[in-house]
Design a protein around this ligand. Structure first.
Ligand code: BMA
Length: 296
C-alpha cells in the first residue's frame, strides 16, 4: 500500500501578519521549481473559513532552496480584480509549457466558483486569460505537456473528476468522467477532485487526488492514467495515501482537511505539499521505490 510520509510534524508555512490578506490562513499551494528554487504559490485568506467574517482569498508566494524551509515574499502576487473574483482566488495549480507558466485557479464570486486561467513568464507577474469553463466548476489543472498534439486538463463537475482536451486552450472538447466517488469507501464516498498536475512516470500519469467522505474529512488518494490516452484510468489505490492525523490537520479553520494543489519531483521521490485544516501548509514525500510494483 502506498502512503505519503510526512517530512516534518510542523507546518512548513503558517499564517502571519506579513500582509493583512494572509492573517486567516495559508494553504493549498501550487508547487513548481524554477532556477533551483521551489516556489509555493499559496492560497491566503484574510479571515479563517470558520469566522463570522466572509473571507477573501488571494495568492502569496514563498521560496525555498531545500523544499522545506520557506521565505515568504512580503506582498501578495495575485489578487481578485473582477466580478467572478469578488471573493478572491483559490487553489492554484501551475504547469510550465515551453517557456510559459500557466495557472488554473478558482475564481470565487461569493455565488459561483469558476475555473479561470492566467499565464506568466516568471511566476510572479500574472496575466489573466479569463474564465476557462463558464459553469460552476473547480479543481482544474493543465497537464504538463501536450499529448497527441492536444492540451489536456482536469476539472471537477461535482462529484467527479473530469478530463477534456483542446487545440488552443480556449475551446475545450471531449469532456469525460475519469473517476467517480466510490460509494462503499470510508474516505472517498462523497466527492473526488484532483490534487496538483499529474506527474509523468514510465507506468503512466501519476495522479494524486482528494476524496471526501460523509463526515467531510478530506484525504488524499493516488491513481494512474494511461500515458498516451489519459482518458483511461489504469489503476486506483483503494486506501488513502494521507488522511488528517496531526493536530494542525484536524483542527483549524475547516476541521479534518488535507488538500493538495501540487508537488515537486526529485530524483528518488516527490514532495507533495498540502494544506492542513485550511490554515497551514505541510509537506510529505512519496518515494519512487514505492511505485515500482506499478510498472508493467
Ligand atoms: C474545497 C476547496 C478547498 C478547501 C476544501 C476544504 O472545496 O474550497 O480550497 O481546502 O474545500 O475546505
Amino acid at each position: 500500500m502506498i502512503q505519503l510520509k510526512r517530512m516534518t510534524k510542523r507546518p512548513v508555512l503558517s499564517p502571519n501578519d506579513l500582509w493583512k490578506g494572509e492573517r486567516g490562513g495559508v494553504f493549498n499551494a501550487a508547487a513548481i521549481k524554477k532556477d533551483d528554487l521551489v516556489y509555493l504559490i499559496y492560497r491566503a485568506v484574510d479571515y479563517p473559513g470558520n469566522s463570522d467574517f466572509k473571507f477573501t482569498s488571494s495568492l502569496g508566494c514563498a521560496l525555498s532552496e531545500d523544499g522545506i524551509s520557506f521565505n515568504k515574499l512580503e506582498k501578495p502576487i495575485f489578487l481578485g480584480n473582477n466580478s467572478q473574483e469578488k471573493r478572491g482566488i483559490e487553489d492554484p495549480r501551475i504547469v510550465k509549457l515551453e517557456d510559459t507558466y500557466y495557472m488554473m485557479y478558482t475564481g470565487f464570486s461569493g455565488k459561483s466558483a469558476k475555473i479561470c486561467m492566467a499565464k506568466s513568464k516568471n511566476l510572479i507577474h500574472w496575466e489573466r486569460m479569463g474564465i476557462v469553463l463558464d459553469e460552476d466548476n473547480k479543481d482544474a489543472s493543465l497537464f504538463p505537456e501536450k499529448i497527441n498534439n492536444k492540451y489536456y486538463m482536469f476539472h471537477r463537475r461535482h462529484p467527479n473528476i473530469w478530463i477534456a482536451n483542446s487545440d488552443d486552450l480556449k475551446t475545450w472538447e471531449n469532456h469525460k468522467i475519469i473517476m467517480e466517488p466510490l460509494p462503499s469507501s470510508k474516505w472517498e464516498c462523497q466527492k473526488v477532485g484532483i490534487a496538483g498536475p499529474p506527474f509523468k512516470t514510465n507506468a503512466g500519469w501519476l495522479l494524486i487526488y482528494h476524496g471526501v467522505n460523509n463526515e467531510k474529512v478530506y484525504s488524499l488518494g493516488i491513481a494512474l492514467l494511461d500515458l498516451k490516452d489519459p482518458q483511461k484510468l489504469i489503476w486506483r489505490q483503494r486506501e488513502p495515501i494521507l488522511t488528517p492525523e496531526l493536530g494542525w490537520e484536524k483542527n483549524g479553520a475547516v476541521k479534518n482537511v488535507v488538500f493538495s494543489c501540487g508537488g515537486i519531483e526529485y530524483d528518488d521521490c516527490y514532495y507533495i505539499y498540502y494544506g492542513g485544516a485550511d490554515t497551514a501548509i505541510g509537506v510529505a514525500r512519496l518515494d519512487k521505490a514505492d511505485l515500482d510494483h506499478l510498472k508493467s
